[in-house]
Design a protein around this ligand. Structure first.
Ligand code: ARG
Length: 284
């Protein structure tokens, strides 16, 4: 561009876009009974000690962060003997006031399905009892008007068709191939209605091709950031709550006009979960 041209110094391409936050309503579950006593993903090691009070303290920081952002944060009562209940994202998928319940893969988490469905029912949601195995927002992510859906480790691809009928929206199946990224929300972060971030190596070739085609401008995170579940983040369209240690992701978000907010959930990482896992969006 010539200095004398009338073109503004910041070209369209280099300008940082203006992002807009929308207020969210979410459901969380205090990790009062959190511990690691079984192993259903590679992050979990029952031989390693866990510190429940530290987990609660770190979770409280996340809760306070959401309240500070003006979100309406609802709580479900934790149940003794269900240590993974803190990962509320797995409790269902809620859209248009309909709550599609979860049906967990592993027997250890199966009682969580009805517990969350009871909460949805008691709180005015239209509960849709699942037939197919699925782990809620762990594997279902709404991006604008489509739902990205993970399979390979937890949610059965039949649940994708089931949800598509309930939600009346296209559901796009993505196959996960790395057991460390066993839920879609460990490999994809939704930033707003049209932007995502993801880890390419977590997907099989056809799924990666779908992501590349649909989201050519996506943020590609480093293996390093993904390896501390940096992608497991929650965005309101402007503020993006992420793992405090995901430094490259933080920079990439800032460069694109988002406001990354780091939170340390190291204790909950011992269970294989992060920010997003602790957060279930409630869409009335
Ligand atoms: N220990 C839990 C499990 O393996 C962690 C769930 C993490 N949740 C998530 N939405 N990725 O099921």
């Amino acid at each position: 561009m010539s200095i004398n041209s009338a073109t503004p110094v910041l070209s369209e391409e280099s300008a940082v876009p203006v992002r807009t936050a929308t207020k969210r309503t979410i459901l969380m579950c205090k990790p009062q009974f959190f511990t690691v006593v079984y192993r259903i993903n590679p992050w979990m090691d029952p031989a390693l000690p866990t510190d429940t009070s530290l987990a609660v303290e770190q979770w409280q920081t996340l809760y306070d962060t959401y309240v500070g952002l003006g979100y309406d944060v609802q709580l479900i009562e934790p149940i003794d003997g269900l240590p993974d209940m803190v990962y509320a994202a797995n409790g269902g998928f809620v859209i248009d006031n309909q709550a599609y319940g979860a049906k967990f893969t592993h027997v250890q988490r199966q009682p969580e399905g009805p517990a969350y469905m009871d909460w949805f029912g008691a709180n005015g949601f239209d509960v849709r009892v699942p037939i197919e195995t699925n782990e809620g927002e762990g594997d279902f992510l709404l991006v604008g008007d489509v739902i990205l859906a993970g399979t390979g480790f937890r949610s059965d691809s039949n649940s994708h068709a089931e949800l598509s009928i309930i939600a009346g929206r296209p559901v796009i199946t993505l196959r996960l191939i790395n057991p460390s990224f066993y839920h879609l929300d460990t490999a994809v972060a939704v930033l707003d209605d049209s932007n995502i971030a993801y880890l390419p190596s977590a997907f099989d070739a056809p799924s990666l091709a779908i992501l590349q085609e649909r989201y050519p401008d996506a943020i590609i995170v480093t293996e390093e950031d993904a390896s501390i579940l940096g992608l497991n983040s929650y965005s309101d369209g402007y503020n993006v709550v992420i793992a405090a240690r995901a430094k490259d992701f933080e920079q990439q978000l800032r460069a694109r006009g988002y406001n990354p907010i780091g939170v340390d959930l190291s204790e909950l990482l011992l269970g294989g979960g992060g920010v997003k896992c602790c957060t279930l969006e409630l869409r009335r």
